[in-house]
Design a protein around this ligand. Structure first.
Ligand code: ATP
Ligand code: MG
Length: 354
């Protein structure tokens, strides 16, 4: 591929501007997925993801193993993404990477790789906030939500209701005080004896279960915040009680238990989302993050949206869990604002909301 294509008219944030075609390579390595994506002018050309199966045997992500696996994967993953997109490094206009939050060893692998590449190519580096990118995953779709929109971000480490006023202008309206929704799924699955990550397995079993068979409590948390630790404790006691009557209690009732747990997690999430929509008057409603892949949540959101007159948006499955396409899309907005990072940028396990 050659150099930059001729100038064209584009628009962003409601402004019209003249721009060259812009190609960005984005890298995501915040947890246990090594991913690279190429986007051109806000269009995703490729999104390649290498997952790390090694953690299954430990029942959760082992940080040291995750960073080692990233080191093994990063070169081939970037190479495959570039080839799939039909571009070479000389076509790139910027290199983007997840800066925070995440596992520090994992972030360092992607961060060091991206910085080296930006330095070697003499191209700008773009640092992206992982949670902001989960929200922006909704902007990959066509039609995309219009601003302002609300996003319920439900992932392995976060549960947040975010108001997104423009691509890079976001505010957290409420968040979990303890466990994330993804943890609620994974820890419930562990109590049921299911392997890690248990969220997708609860989803699968729930499809054949009766959600009204068992009842779990809804926490009474003020405002738009969430809590899932009480639910986890109630599931623990529920299973202890059931197993005391019959050691095979969980196995015999697996589908109904999964459906009932999923139903409670989904109602907790949607009650708060409904409240946020009512308080803000916003009817453009999105979900994002790994748990937004959950069939029960997706169906319930669409049903609630129809009832309340919302326009609902749900990312494609590949853009729900960790992926570099959402990093690339966020980087595209940052590129247009000239929001570049210094090469001395360091990844951070925790980060203030960008
Ligand atoms: N179909 C599903 N149903 C329920 N949970 C799911 C489903 N698919 C994935 N998950 C959950 O999503 C979580 C992973 O999501 P994601 O990759 O966005 O999290 P993370 O990147 O580890 O955390 P964060 O984005 O907060 O740093 C896991 O807890 C997993 O169990
Ligand atoms: Mg994530």
């Amino acid at each position: 591929m050659g150099g930059p294509t001729p100038a064209r008219r584009g628009s962003s944030f409601g402004l019209t501007f003249a721009t060259m075609s812009v190609t960005i390579l984005a890298i995501e390595s915040s947890c246990d997925e090594t991913s690279a994506s190429v986007c051109r002018d806000g269009r995703i050309l490729t999104n390649y993801i290498a997952s790390q199966a090694i953690h299954e045997q430990y029942g959760g992500v082992v940080p040291e193993l995750a960073s080692r696996a990233h080191m093994q994967h990063i070169v081939p993953v970037v190479d495959i993404a570039l080839r799939n997109a039909g571009v070479t490094v000389s076509d790139l206009d910027a290199v983007a990477v997840t800066q925070a939050p995440g596992l520090i060893g994992s972030l360092l692998v992607g961060g060091s790789f991206a910085k080296s590449m930006a330095l070697a190519l003499g191209k700008p580096l773009i640092a992206v906030h992982h949670m902001q990118a989960h929200v922006i995953a909704n902007m990959i779709a066509d039609p995309a939500p219009s601003f302002p929109f609300l996003c319920l971000t439900v992932s392995g480490g976060h549960t947040q209701i975010v108001i997104c006023k423009s691509p890079l202008e976001m505010e957290v309206l409420g968040e979990t005080l303890d466990d994330a929704a993804g943890e609620a799924f994974d820890k419930s699955a562990k109590l049921l004896g299911l392997p890690y990550p248990g969220g997708p397995l609860i989803d699968k079993n729930a499809a054949n279960g009766d959600p009204t068979r068992f009842s779990f409590p809804e926490p009474q948390i003020p405002g738009l915040d969430f809590s899932f630790s009480g639910l986890k404790t109630s599931i623990l006691y529920f299973l202890q009680h059931g197993r005391a009557q019959d050691p095979e209690f969980a196995a015999k009732n697996m589908n109904d238990i999964c459906a009932s747990i999923q139903d409670r997690i989904v109602t907790i999430l949607l009650h708060k989302l409904g409240r946020a929509a009512k308080e803000t008057g916003i009817k453009e409603i999105c979900i994002a993050g790994g748990v937004s892949a959950n069939r029960g949540l997706r169906d319930a959101l669409v049903a609630l949206g129809k009832k309340r007159g919302w326009n609902t948006y749900i990312p494609k499955f590949e853009y729900c869990t960790d992926n570099a396409a959402m990093i690339a899309m966020t980087a595209w907005y940052k590129y247009q604002q000239g929001a570049f990072a210094d090469l001395s940028m360091s990844p951070s396990a925790r980060a203030e909301w960008a």
